[in-house]
Write a protein that binds this ligand. Structure first.
Ligand SMILES: C[S@@+](CC[C@H](N)C(=O)[O-])C[C@H]1O[C@@H](n2cnc3c(N)ncnc32)[C@H](O)[C@@H]1O
Ligand SMILES: [Zn+2]
Ligand SMILES: [Zn+2]
Length: 350
């Protein structure tokens, strides 16, 4: 179902993507039978207030089996005509996943959960909501009852019990696929070279980013920026849209010959045909376009604005769009890219 929907969404992307364009797609994985990305969604839990996704349960997989969703999706997209050029692992700051292995352990004493339950009941009465709606501002931690005769305040009852829990590494990566339509897709390697002139490596490590808005899964701009820079032209033909390309020239310095970008030039043969400019010249270039079909808080829009290219964003949630996406995406002048679009004229949602 997920793959079917994604293939369909990507087909719509393919419909509007230029033949020389790139589609960057971020996909993460999960475990069979687990609750979405994993995490504590309960009151006071780590992910309280975030949308809870139903756990996946694939019939042909066993419990605890990694679904391999990114790989399955990539295979389906290849079958649907996309070329997969990169499957970059994005090394990200993980959600804590305290996984333990085999051990003999003293079981947790019920006094801790009793205290927690008491707290929940009082909060329910105080806030007048049912249990999964409780907002625990204090993020209350529950210490064992110091007077508990069962555990004497240690939180662990007597006697050891054997537990064969199945440890695994804490997941700290997702995938970013580069999907293209043809081999000669536009790419600007000059602009994303490392300081030593090397090609960037496929494992993406982006600086953490603090975002104060409501959205729960915001990309760090450092993840998006190199991708946008490499695959969206600042200059493209204003007639046919074809990106301009850097002109590589050579100079000699004390270390020998070095390449450098002297300017950008058109790659199409469109010519100015009016008499305001000399005949035979390429028309003035325009910036290229970025489309983000899942724009969320608008990180991609922010990056597009900073880089100086045009942006169109879509999201299913008005809540996220209203809050910050528009602000983050908007340019100094009335934005050609966003404000004119019907989705922002709708105003209040019903
Ligand atoms: C992981 S977030 C994207 C975050 C974004 N890159 C950012 O930095 O803020 C995914 C977004 O996709 C949106 N979404 C989910 N399903 C969608 C759909 N069918 N059409 C459009 N947007 C959708 C969600 O509302 C959510 O904001
Ligand atoms: Zn106890
Ligand atoms: Zn042209």
């Amino acid at each position: 179902m997920y793959i079917g929907h994604m293939v369909y969404v990507c087909r719509q992307i393919k419909r509007v993507l230029r033949r020389d364009g790139t589609f960057w797609l971020n996909v993460s994985d999960s475990y069979n039978g687990s609750g979405g990305a994993g995490g504590d969604y309960g009151p006071g839990g780590l992910r309280e207030g975030q949308p809870k996704y139903p756990g996946r349960k694939e019939r042909n997989l066993q419990d605890g089996d990694l679904i391999m969703m990114p790989a399955r999706l990539a295979l389906a997209l290849q079958a649907d005509g996309w070329i997969v050029r990169n499957d970059n692992p994005w090394s990200k700051h993980p959600m804590p996943e305290p996984r333990k292995g085999w051990r003999h352990e003293r079981p947790a004493c019920p006094c801790v959960s009793e205290l927690r339950e008491k707290h929940i009941q009082s909060q329910m009465a105080e806030q007048g909501v049912d249990r999964h709606r409780i907002y625990d501002k204090a993020g209350t931690k529950f210490e064992p009852d110091p007077d508990c005769p069962n555990c004497h305040g240690s939180g662990r009852s007597g006697g050891h019990a054997f537990k064969d829990e199945s440890w695994r590494h804490t997941r700290s990566h997702e995938f970013v696929f580069q999907l293209v339509k043809q081999r000669g897709y536009y790419s600007n390697s000059e602009i994303i070279k490392t300081p030593t002139g090397a090609n960037p490596l496929s494992v993406i490590v982006a600086k953490r980013h603090n975002y104060s808005g409501k959205h729960f899964a915001v990309f760090p701009p450092g993840l998006v920026m190199p991708l946008v820079r490499a695959s969206v032209p600042i200059r493209a033909c204003s007639t046919c849209g074809k990106p301009w390309a850097p002109v590589i020239d050579r100079v000699q310095d004390e270390d020998g010959w070095v390449d450098f970008v002297s300017r950008y030039e058109a790659t199409c043969s469109c010519k100015i045909v009016n008499n305001r400019a000399p005949r035979g010249e390429s028309p003035d270039p325009e910036p290229g376009w970025v489309l983000d079909p899942f724009m969320g808080s608008g990180t991609t829009g922010l990056v597009a604005r900073e880089f100086g290219v045009n942006f169109v964003g879509v999201d299913i949630s008005f809540e996220y769009l209203d809050e910050q996406a528009k602000v983050r995406t908007r340019t100094g002048q009335p934005s050609k890219a966003l404000d004119g679009l019907p989705m922002f004229d709708v105003g209040e949602t019903s």
